[in-house]
Unconditional design. Sequence first.
Length: 434
Amino acid sequence: MFKYKLSCKNFIKHYFFPRQSVSAFTLVELLIVVGILAVLSTTAVVFLNPLGQLQQARDSNRLTGLESVRQTLSLLNLGNSPPSFGSSNVIYVSLPDDTSPNCASWNLPAPPTGWSYACQNEANFKKVNGSGWLPIDLTSTTFSTTSAVLPTDPQNNTTNYYYYVYDSTTGAYELGAVLEADKNQTLAINDGGDNPGFWELGSRLSLYPTTGSLAVNNESNQPVSNESSLLAYAQAALTGQVAYFIGTNQITGSNDFFWNDSTKKLTVAGTIESTGFKLTTTPTAGYVLTSDTSGVGTWQAAAGGSQWITSGSNIYFNTGNVGIGTTGPGTKLDILGGLTSETDGSQRIRLRGYSAGLEIVDKDNVENFYIAIDDDDSNNLKIGPGYGPGQGLGTYLTIKSSGVAGAGNVGIGTTGPSYKLDVSGQINTSGGLC
């Protein structure tokens, strides 16, 4: 049998100081441990998120508090004699103000024209009897609230407060608050209201005014009453569509009106009707609007531009000569060929009209002669001084027209020649008659 003799010294060494293996951590092992600790600490902060937890807790109070107010107001509306729900065009807020009933002590956004804020003092703003921030006596009916004080925002400052607006014409109202937690922003966006910056509830969620409000609806009659909802509506439409009114308070968009912001061009599919037009690119008096092959219009000098000047119903030409049938007129009016062509090939100048003729006047517009057909005397041709037939002036030469007795007869000093040559007065000749 094996025996082992254990001395006192060996006993103490064996049981109190056992043999240990001495070793140390490597650098790689230390780095791994440090990495694991960093991941664990980050995960703990993300999941715990103390700030987010506080925001979520405050949002829960807001959701619960305003919902309780909404339910109370709904019950009050069912009563036989509901209390006053407030005044129109007033934004009632849950902020106390001991110096101004219009909340002037708070740096709130300026209300639109015709609107105002309403605040109660510190002593009353939480009261439920109508003297609090909510202007409704919640104790006046059998449906009164069991709460002793009105709910207020957990922070109740310039950024976070409760509001209440009322329309006395329709009896509609709206409550709202700003939600802090990121996860609750979808509640504000999808609450059915027109302002994604607030969580809205009530009987009509478009009462809260916004500075610069458009106060219009889209083609589906959904409210587009502020910048945020208008932006959301525009993003839902095709980028570049131009909005236009289809009613007194409705807008829509169409590809028929399209704005290309990169090229700064407006495309219109259809006819443009305008009472005026102005193209400011290189304008010059007397130029005409022409286009290139792409349809781009510019002002250009008219090809073969006219030298005639228009004044009312008159046109005139003061310099140079006028040629008809010739490119080199030598006089003020130079006619090559006739103004009418006959079937036999002859060309002539034709003057047609009542007592049509030709008047010749001196440069001083004093002396004149005429050659004209006298419609008042059997259409005879007359030549003489004066202003033409029918003016009471004497006739020096008359040639009787065809179709009358003595056609072709020539009269001098008489308007009714009876012979081929009929002279009224003396004849003076030199050299004889034959």
